[in-house]
Design a protein around this ligand. Structure first.
Ligand code: 13P
Ligand code: ZN
Ligand code: NA
Length: 270
């Protein structure tokens, strides 16, 4: 039976949300979900959509989900514009993220309201972000943690289903071990009914992610570690072989993606 993402979140389920970049990373992630018999979110960024083509990526994901026998939803990660959101809604995404977190509160709110209205007829959920979660290459020194009272106002006035919070995580790997502000997270949890999202999970020690889950995080975004294990494994394989049959070269990398995601699911009890 297919549960909606909304239902899963309302049931209090915490979900791992894994980015994919090609067929192999897609299958690697889905194999983990199938073996663990755990539901999962698959995510695409604008650059992955551009790389694969929207219809190719969506059709491939839908077919791969069925073939793997996994329960998975398809999510648009970090959309910068309502135009991309609309294309993805029309392509049947289960949820979409509009990310205007780099704009002032009122502008972020206005574009998010627009996307919520846009998504409603499609029955898709909407995620937005409030506060500064450093993107790849951006300064991790700068902070702009989510304020609980602003989160409350933002969720109430925008009607978003999911809210990405800035509590000390950043995209990509970390130079220094991050320290998540769990007390702030608890206060945000108290202040708003939206499902809370942790971005930048790659490189965060498992105990801290567990603490974040206990304090109310329901969606855990994982990207860089997937890319990294795939490419590191691929490079290692290529160093030891002259094989030109790519179907013999990719499986080891795909398998390591599966192992990574299984390990995360196990360690985080997802
Ligand atoms: P990482 O690349 O740090 O895992 O962050 C992923 C993410 O937040 C995707 O939205
Ligand atoms: Zn993110
Ligand atoms: Na990270």
């Amino acid at each position: 039976m297919h549960t909606s993402l909304k239902q899963a979140l309302q049931n209090g389920q915490t979900l791992l949300a894994c980015n994919f970049y090609n067929l192999e990373t897609l299958q690697g992630v889905l194999q983990a979900a199938a073996e663990m018999q755990r539901p999962i979110i698959l995510q695409l960024t604008a650059s992955s959509i551009e790389y694969m083509g929207l219809q190719t990526a969506v059709n491939m994901a839908r077919t791969a989900i069925k073939e793997a026998g996994a329960q998975a939803w398809l999510h648009l990660d970090h959309a910068a514009s309502p135009e991309l959101v609309l294309r993805c809604l029309e392509a049947g995404f289960d949820s979409v993220m509009i990310d205007a977190s780099d704009r002032p509160f009122e502008e972020n709110l206005a574009v998010t309201q627009k996307v919520v209205a846009m998504a409603r007829p499609f029955g898709a959920l909407v995620e937005a972000e409030l506060g500064y979660v450093a993107k790849l290459g951006q300064s991790t020194e700068k902070t702009g943690f989510t304020e609980p009272h602003e989160a409350a106002q933002f969720v109430e006035q925008s009607g978003v289903d999911l809210l990405a919070v800035a509590i000390g995580s950043a995209h990509g790997f970390y130079k220094q071990t991050p320290r998540l502000d769990i007390e702030r997270l608890k206060a945000i949890r108290q202040a708003t009914p939206a499902a809370l999202v942790l971005h930048g999970s790659s490189g965060i020690p498992v105990e801290q992610i567990r603490a974040a889950i206990n304090a109310g995080i329901q969606k855990i975004n994982l990207a860089t570690e997937i890319k990294n294990i795939f490419m590191q494994t691929l490079k290692k394989t290529l160093k030891t072989t002259d094989e030109i049959d790519l179907r013999k070269v990719f499986p080891a990398a795909r398998q390591e993606v599966t192992q990574l995601v299984k390990n995360k699911m196990e360690a985080l009890d997802l």
